[in-house]
Design a protein around this ligand. Structure first.
Ligand code: ZN
Length: 417
């Protein structure tokens, strides 16, 4: 009621005038109120008709400790319907519900007509409820939507990629793919350009997962780098350049994520503990005690134990006569023993100060045959190139990717800026 609200908000001096208005307003209100009941009846009747035909949904996410009987009751599934559903579920599809599963209850008016239980992004169970009840497995149709993006760097790659409306996950993937050859902080120059084609899975207009890079190209300091996605086995996705060389190196540059070099490879170094000239045949990384140490390449544990100034030590034997050595570890990764297979990036131990060490750090060595090489400067070998067996399929893919890139390059959306 508008009139009543106005009274307290005005001063007493205005009371007289207001009471005049009030009477007027009340009159108006009453007169409109009088006309309302007729309208209401009309509206309600229409609404009821609509509601009878209205399809509505209720969403529920299964939480710990819930079971279907409880959920069905909460969502007004009639008891006899619930009974018929359970009796029909001969394959026990429904007993597998687990916390996190999403359920969608569909009603026609107030009558339940279906229940969908999403198991993951792609698979769900559909219970259709009519005169008969059906339970079926549904696999969503996936549509891959391709995106073509490009940009020219002004300050940072990240900024330019964001300007080109490339999603963060694709930006990260792009930097990872080319990150083996290009340092995205130090090597980037104004005018560098990038091109990327990625596909994103959609179902019923909804994004199912982050997109996946199909092909990409990066022109850095005038040099062109190309990457092509290729599945070398059903589950193994790898990126190769146009000649079939693996984009990935067989070794990570460093066995620690966030560490700085406290002592370089140096054949004539004064030893900090022994105080004699002794070659420093590796690199020391200062890092917090307990930081995870990763094997820089795939291989096999050749030595694990403690035998001299190296303290707790691991030696990994890689293919082609390469080996890497990790010293002064606080402890080893549980379960690791001589002969264990390790894959690149896997944690093998933790930074410590065992053996001859002034403080917690990792001493890391890189050996080819018997020769110890500076791990910071060594030209890292690439991971396995495309195999001869897969070569024909790969070459066809590269040809079509090249065409895509040429087309994308001719568009250059940001060139005018
Ligand atoms: Zn050292």
């Amino acid at each position: 009621m508008v009139g009543f609200k106005k009274v307290p908000s005005k001063g007493i001096l205005l009371a007289f005038f207001i009471s005049v208005f009030l009477i007027l307003l009340l009159y108006v209100d009453i007169s409109t109120d009088e006309s309302k009941p007729e309208e209401k009846v009309e509206v309600t009747e229409n609404l009821e008709n609509v509601i009878d035909d209205l399809i509505t949904y209720k969403i529920h996410q299964v939480t710990t400790g819930e079971n279907l009987s409880i959920i069905f009751e909460d969502f007004k599934v009639p008891l006899n319907t619930a009974y018929r559903i359970f009796r029909l579920d001969k394959k026990n599809l429904l007993t597998n519900i687990k916390p996190g599963d999403r359920m969608r209850f569909t009603y026609l008016g107030d009558k339940i007509i279906s229940i969908e239980i999403s198991k993951d992004n792609l698979n769900s169970l559909l219970i259709e409820i009519g005169d008969e009840i059906n339970i079926k497995n549904i696999t969503k149709d996936i549509e891959l939507i391709s995106s073509y993006k490009s940009g020219i760097i002004k300050s940072s790659f990240y900024e330019a990629a964001q300007d080109a409306e490339i999603p963060d996950s694709i930006i990260m993937d792009f930097a990872y793919i080319f990150g083996w050859d290009i340092d995205f902080v130090f090597d980037i120059r104004e005018g560098d350009s990038f091109f990327v084609v990625y596909e994103t899975p959609y179902s019923r207009g909804e994004k199912i997962e982050n997109g996946d890079i199909v092909a990409a190209k990066f022109i850095n300091k005038g040099k062109t780098y190309s990457a092509n996605r290729f599945f070398t086995s059903k589950d193994k996705k790898e990126f190769f350049d146009n000649d079939g060389n693996n984009m990935q190196k067989a070794f990570l540059r460093a066995p620690l994520d966030f560490a700085y070099i406290s002592s370089h490879f140096n054949p004539n170094r004064m030893h900090p503990v022994l105080h004699t000239i002794r070659a420093h045949n590796g690199v020391d990384y200062a890092a917090k005690r307990g930081s995870p140490v990763r094997t820089t390449g795939d291989g096999k544990v050749n030595y694990i134990g403690s035998r001299n100034g190296c303290g707790n030590e691991i030696v990994i034997q890689h293919s082609n006569d390469y080996s890497t050595r990790y010293c002064h570890l606080e402890k080893f990764k549980a379960g690791l023993k001589k002969g264990s297979k390790v894959i690149q990036g896997q944690t093998i131990g933790y930074v410590g100060s065992s053996g001859l060490a002034t403080g917690p750090h990792l001493h890391y060595e890189f050996k080819i045959g018997d020769k110890r090489i500076d791990p910071v400067k060594v030209k890292l070998p690439s991971a396995e190139p495309i195999s001869n067996e897969l070569r024909p399929g790969f070459d066809t893919l590269v040809e079509s990717n090249k065409l895509l890139m040429t087309k994308l390059e001719s568009l250059r959306p940001n060139e005018a800026e």
